[in-house]
Every structure is written in C-alpha cells, then in structure tokens.
Design a protein. Structure first.
Length: 229
C-alpha cells in the first residue's frame, strides 16, 4: 500500500498574494510544511499547483529545493489533486492545504495507520471541527476517489476536493478523528489567510524556539498560549 501527501497551493491568493512562499522565521511557509511532513517515515510528498503562468514561481522554487511538483487545472482542484496522486501511483493520498502552516504529526500518523488493510475510503479530522482551522487533514482512497469524481457536476464540488463527501455522508467507508487532547484549541484560526495570520504564526513559532520542525501538539498548544498573551 502506497501513501503520499498532495500539498495544494497557488501563488495568487486574493487576500494574501504569494503567501505560500512568504517567509516566517527564515523559511517559506511551504518549506516549513515540507520539513514537518518529511518527519513521517516513508511518506511521499508532492506539491500540486496550477498550470497558469502565475504559478511558475512555485515550480521554480520546488525544482530548486528538490521538491516534487505537479501542475494541473487551476479551477478543477479535485482533478488536480487526483492527477497529482496518480502521478505517484498512490493508493491513498493525504490532502493538505498550502495555508496549513502548523501540523499535528501524531494525528496524521494515526490517520495513516487507519489506512492499513485498505478497508477505508475516507479518513478525516475535519468532521465536527474539533481541531483548529488550518490543521485539517484528509486521506482519500485514490481508486475510490477516481470513481467518485465522475459525480462532481458543479464547479463548487470540483473546486473543493472533499466537500461532496461531507454533503453525502452515506458514500464510502470512512473514519473520523477528533481533538480530545486540547479542546481549548477548537475553532482557533491557524490557517494563513491574511497578514494578521502570518503575524500570529510568527509569534507562535518564536515560542517554539529550537523545535521549529519536531514540535509536538503539546508544544504547539503551549506556544499558542504564550503568543496570545
């Protein structure tokens, strides 16, 4: 069974243009994400951006940094995700958003373990939104998704990779994960959407000191508490 991670991103963001390559604590957001995910043993990682010229800069960055890159449709993000996963011949793919600077590796590894035996189609920690915004993780069985995507008739479903699954709870064998450890973080916005998000992320990372790559969920919780003061 082959599992990988597809990082979806583009350069032209309406609220914070170029955010994926903005630097925080000396590294781009994309590099922070990559460095964290590389701690997961055996996980293949690919960045999936659009085939528009505005995203040439992302491809150039990835090629220089030795990061696998796939380019596909700008608007049909579902198709881009699927084709990126297929380019690596994945059985399961993690859908990871490029504005998710912070990650909980423990929960990602638990979710990966749930793929064992190939008996699930969809694994997610989004249901109920018990984790902060910006720590969403979804793992999708690629053969299942290849068949499912044919049912996406609206632009809305093609643009949002998994929304169809949340709207149709009876489709697919699934498992949900919930944040039971630090419930105080529920609803907190950690996604990098606007300049103030970037400023808060800088504060959080400053409290992680020498653990910028290998921090735990507990470390992150404590850093967030300090950053809020």
């Amino acid at each position: 069974m082959k599992i990988g991670c597809v990082i979806l991103c583009r350069y032209n963001s309406s609220r914070l243009p170029g955010k994926i390559l903005k630097e925080v604590k000396g590294k781009t957001i994309l590099q922070h994400i990559i460095d964290r995910l590389r701690l997961i043993n055996g996980l293949q990682i690919i960045v999936a951006t659009s085939n528009q010229s505005t995203d040439d800069i992302i491809e150039e960055y990835c090629l220089q940094a030795g990061i696998s890159i796939f380019r596909g449709s700008l608007e049909n993000v579902s198709k881009r995700f699927l084709e990126a996963a297929q380019s690596l011949n994945l059985d399961y793919a993690i859908r990871y958003n490029g504005d998710n600077l912070f990650s909980n590796l423990d929960i990602i590894e638990e979710m990966i373990s749930a793929c064992s035996g190939n008996h699930l189609d969809f694994i997610s920690n989004v249901h109920g939104r018990t984790f902060p915004y910006g720590m969403s993780v979804e793992i999708i069985n690629i053969p299942f998704y290849q068949a499912l995507i044919k049912q996406f008739e609206s632009e809305y479903h093609r643009e949002h990779v998994t929304i169809y699954l949340y709207e149709n709870q009876d489709i697919g064998r699934r498992k949900y994960f919930y944040n039971t450890k630090h419930k105080e973080l529920q609803g907190l916005r950690l996604a990098i959407d606007e300049s103030q998000d970037l400023q808060f992320a800088e504060k959080v990372l400053s409290h992680l000191e020498d653990r910028l790559v290998n921090y735990t969920f507990d470390d992150l919780f404590n850093a967030i508490a300090k950053a809020k003061k």
